[in-house]
Structure formats: structure tokens, C-alpha cells
Design a protein around this ligand. Structure first.
Ligand code: UD1
Ligand code: CA
Length: 471
């Protein structure tokens, strides 16, 4: 233990520089989008790995970019990293070399891959902790199916002596299940000596960076290895099957965390969190729910099946029924929403509001106890307390150029199929007759009717089909 402590101590004297290799094209993705911009849990692969790198508090993070460089920087330009271009993708050894002139000799370098997104900060810390300054540290994993990966070669004493890439393996080496995750740490001065000495005499005619191991061993430098316990942490994304596998693994981890914290997931394999969620205990989440962005859900709330919640805060005892979409909204306690409701950005529902089927609400505030139960569009509207909005009511908020506001006072009753032409104020306790088109403000306590009087034509004969038209 004291040994490990002193190693960690030594380590901390060297500044840590993290280099993330992300210039490859990702041929096997068959995509116009650079591989590292493909999403896992709603976030680019590269953003996952940069977030993990940040948790290690390095002096600097470098990203080697190349293929689709402008796109990568445009999407991730605000990350606290230094971008280094690799103009030609000649292999991982060539990629790492691009960073070395930016790194001081006395620094420790940790190399990560942009396409190995789920490595944890804890694992990386362990690797750094076991690797003394004058040594190389390599993170390995036992993979049941190591096809396509670099194999770890060990000598009779069990010491790691080389990595052999899959395409360069002998039949015997192909059987080795211990693989190179690509994650390695060494001192900058050592890497600066080894990287220019690499060659590309191999099956892929590329400069392989794991060959620095062979050079280290030739110098009798010790190579320390640590093996992953969760192999998914070391899994790379080379094609869309692997991307989907890692997505499922990641989602399962998130689902498990929520369940352990008291959230009921009716089927954890049909739950997706693409962002961050704070979910209170005794919340029930039905199947096929997607939570995106930042989602906060209060105790005892039920989220029905096939529901999308993006950037929403939901209170306690709320019921969200099936097939509803809620984005950038705040829903207070005991509201009932759906089925098939669409709550759009800028909506705020106070306590006990009911929003029913096929109702769309945008940029509106609805006060306590009000109900909009069927087939309505409410936009740019402020609705008071205990208002009833009848089926099919539309706020006509758009004149083709500008948006206008509607204000509806407490206790108002809007009859079914009314059009409320904004800008408009409907008085408190007032009533709008069904089927009205209201374009002038209505006073409190009034009845507003704006529809044609009913006419009766007696003995009305509906047209009849002619014989020769009959089938
Ligand atoms: C690499 C390792 C292999 C390891 C595996 C683990 C090498 C030669 N092989 O193989 O031992 O088992 O990862 O996932 O390192 N890149 C560049 N510039 C280049 C080439 C690649 O920046 O010129 C980047 C890629 O964007 C990627 C990473 O380096 O993020 C790895 O490259 P990739 O081609 O995917 O290597 P693998 O064949 O997976
Ligand atoms: Ca890879």
C-alpha cells in the first residue's frame, strides 16, 4: 500500500497530458459523418471521452483530428481542448506523433481513442496509479471475441512484450483473448524517442502506435498492465453494430442506477436516457420512454408508454399518459397530461392542470386547476385558474407575420370549437358560446356569442341519386 501511495505521489509531480486520437475516417461506419461525431446516448462519442478525460484534471487535453475536421470542431468547438490536425491518416503512431511537439519532456502522457467512449475515469486513474514514471502502462481486456483487435503478447514470465494487430497475427496468436484497449500511458520523453522510430512494415502499411511497447521492451523498460473488469469500458466503436451494443450497455447501466435509487422501470430494456435525469423515488416509468437533455421528475409521478420528455421539470403526483411529447416545459404537481398531448417549448403548467388528447400547447402559462381536455391548439396564451377550454378551441396567434398574445381570465368557460383571434383578452368568469369566432376583448362575467343565427328551412329534400348512377 505504501508503495502504491509513493507511486501516486511521484506521478502527481509529473503533469498529465491526455492525447485523444480521433482523426480516423471510420470506414466501417459507412457514413458521411466522422465516426467520433456519431451519438451514444444522445452525445457525440468524442464528447463522452473528453468529459471522462476532464475528470482526471489533466494539465492539457489534445485531440488529434483529421477526417471531417471542420465538422468535428464545429460541433465540439467549445470543449476545453487543443486541436491538432493530422492531415493524412497514416496510422495511430503517426497520429500520436503530431501531439508530441506540444508536450513538455517531463510530462506524463495518457493516450485515449476517440472511438472507445465508455472508459471510466476510475479505470484510467488505476492505470496511472500502477505505472511508475520510468515505465509504460497498458490497459488490456479479456474479450470472448477478440476478432479485429490487437493481441497482447506475453513472455514466459507473463510479462507483456508486444501488441500484434489482428491482421498481422499468426494462427496461434489469433487464439489469444487478451487484447489491447489502445489506452496507454508513458512519459513524454520516452514517446518522443520511440514514435519517430516506428515503421509501417505491416499488413495495413500504417504506423501502429502500440509498437512503442516493443521499443520499450528492447530498452528493458518495464511494461505494467492492468486488466478491465467491465470489458464494455474498453470496447471500440468501429461499426454500427458495436455502436448499438455499447448504447444498450450504457442504457442498461443508467437504468440500473435509477432502479437502485427507487425508480420503477417497467422494462429497463425499453428505457432511454439521453442526457441527465434527476428522478425522485416511487416514480414509475412505463415502456419506450425517452428522456433527453435535462429531466427532473418529482416523487410518485407516472410516465406513460411511448413518451418523449426533453428538458422538462415535472412535479410530484403527475400522470403523463401514453404517447405524449413534452419539451422545454415546466409541469407542476398533480397535473394530468395526454394521451397524445404535445407540450412545446415555453409552456408552464401550474398545479392540477389537465391537458387531454390531441392538445398542443406552446409558449403558454396555465394556472391551477384549468382544463384543456380535447383537440386544441393553445399558443402564446396566459390562462388563469379553473378555466375550461372546450374541445377544438384554437388560439389564432399568428397573422401570417407576427405572433400575438391571448389572455384568458380565471374561471372563464370557452365553448367547444371556438376560435380566439389574438391579440385578445377574455374576461374573468366570462363565457364564450360554442363555435364562436372571437376577435374583440370580452368583459368579465359576460357571454360572448359570435356565430351565425340558426336558420330553419322546412321540408328540405336532400338530393337523390339518379337511377343510371346507381350501382
Ligand atoms: C486499435 C489498435 C488495436 C486495439 C484497438 C482497440 C492500433 C494500430 N491498433 O485498432 O491494437 O486493439 O484499437 O480499440 O493502434 N486514428 C487516428 N489517425 C490515424 C488512424 C487512427 O487518429 O491515422 C484514430 C482513430 O480515429 C481511432 C483510433 O485512432 O479513434 C484507433 O484507430 P482504429 O483505426 O479504429 O484502430 P483499430 O483498428 O480499432
Ligand atoms: Ca477502433
Amino acid at each position: 500500500m505504501s508503495n502504491l501511495k509513493s507511486l501516486i505521489h511521484q506521478q502527481s509531480l509529473m503533469s498529465l497530458n491526455i492525447v485523444i486520437l480521433a482523426a480516423g475516417q471510420g470506414k466501417r461506419m459507412h457514413s458521411k459523418l466522422p465516426k467520433v461525431l456519431h451519438h451514444l446516448a444522445g452525445k457525440p462519442l468524442l464528447a463522452h471521452i473528453v468529459n471522462t478525460a476532464q475528470q482526471l484534471n489533466p494539465a492539457k487535453i489534445f485531440i488529434i483530428y483529421g477526417h471531417g475536421g471542420e465538422q468535428v470542431q464545429a460541433q465540439l468547438g467549445d470543449l476545453p481542448v487543443q486541436w491538432i490536425e493530422q492531415t493524412q491518416q497514416l496510422g495511430t503512431g503517426h497520429a500520436l506523433k503530431q501531439a508530441m511537439s506540444f508536450i513538455q519532456n517531463d510530462a506524463r502522457v495518457l493516450v485515449l481513442f476517440g472511438d472507445v467512449p465508455l472508459i471510466s475515469a476510475k479505470t484510467l486513474q488505476e492505470l496511472l496509479a500502477i505505472t511508475p514514471n520510468n515505465a509504460v502502462g497498458v490497459l488490456t481486456a479479456q474479450m470472448p471475441n477478440p476478432a479485429g483487435l490487437g493481441r497482447i503478447i506475453r513472455n514466459a514470465k507473463g510479462e507483456m512484450i508486444a501488441v500484434v494487430e489482428d491482421k498481422d497475427t499468426t494462427a496461434q496468436q489469433k487464439e489469444i483473448k487478451e487484447i489491447n484497449t489502445g489506452i496507454l500511458t508513458a512519459s513524454a520523453s520516452d514517446l518522443k524517442r520511440w514514435l519517430p522510430a516506428l515503421n509501417n512494415n505491416n499488413a495495413q502499411k500504417e504506423y501502429y502506435y502500440p509498437e512503442v511497447i516493443t521499443l520499450a521492451v528492447a530498452e528493458k523498460m518495464p511494461v505494467y498492465t492492468t486488466q478491465l473488469t467491465e470489458i464494455e469500458e474498453g470496447q471500440g466503436v468501429n461499426d454500427r453494430i458495436q455502436l448499438a451494443q455499447l448504447e444498450r450497455y450504457y442504457q442498461r447501466q443508467q437504468a440500473n442506477k435509477l432502479m437502485l435509487a427507487g425508480v420503477t422501470l417497467l422494462d429497463p430494456t425499453r428505457f432511454d436516457l439521453r442526457g441527465e435525469a434527476q428522478i425522485a423515488s416511487d416514480v414509475t416509468i412505463d415502456i419506450n420512454v425517452i428522456l433527453a437533455g435535462k429531466v427532473i421528475i418529482g416523487a410518485n409521478t407516472y410516465i406513460g408508454p411511448n413518451t418523449l420528455l426533453r428538458n422538462v421539470t415535472i412535479g410530484q403526483n403527475v400522470i403523463i399518459k401514453a404517447n405524449s411529447t413534452i419539451e422545454d416545459a415546466v409541469i407542476d404537481d398533480a397535473c394530468e397530461i395526454g394521451p397524445f398531448a404535445r407540450i412545446r417549448p415555453g409552456t408552464k403548467l401550474k398545479n392540477n392542470v389537465h391537458i387531454g388528447n390531441f392538445v398542443e400547447i406552446k409558449e403558454s402559462e396555465i394556472d391551477e386547476g384549468s382544463k384543456i381536455n380535447h383537440l386544441s391548439y393553445i399558443g402564446d396564451t396566459i390562462i388563469g385558474k379553473k378555466v375550461n377550454i372546450g374541445a377544438g378551441t384554437i388560439t389564432c396567434n399568428y397573422d401570417g407575420v407576427n405572433k400575438h398574445q391571448t389572455i384568458i381570465g380565471d374561471n372563464a368557460f370557452i365553448g367547444s370549437n371556438s376560435s380566439l383571434i389574438a391579440p385578445l383578452t377574455i374576461g374573468e368568469n366570462s363565457t364564450v358560446g360554442a363555435g364562436s369566432t372571437i376577435r374583440r376583448d370580452t368583459p368579465a362575467e359576460s357571454l360572448a356569442l359570435a356565430r351565425a343565427e340558426q336558420r330553419i328551412v322546412d321540408n328540405w329534400q336532400r338530393p337523390k341519386k339518379k337511377n343510371n348512377q346507381e350501382k
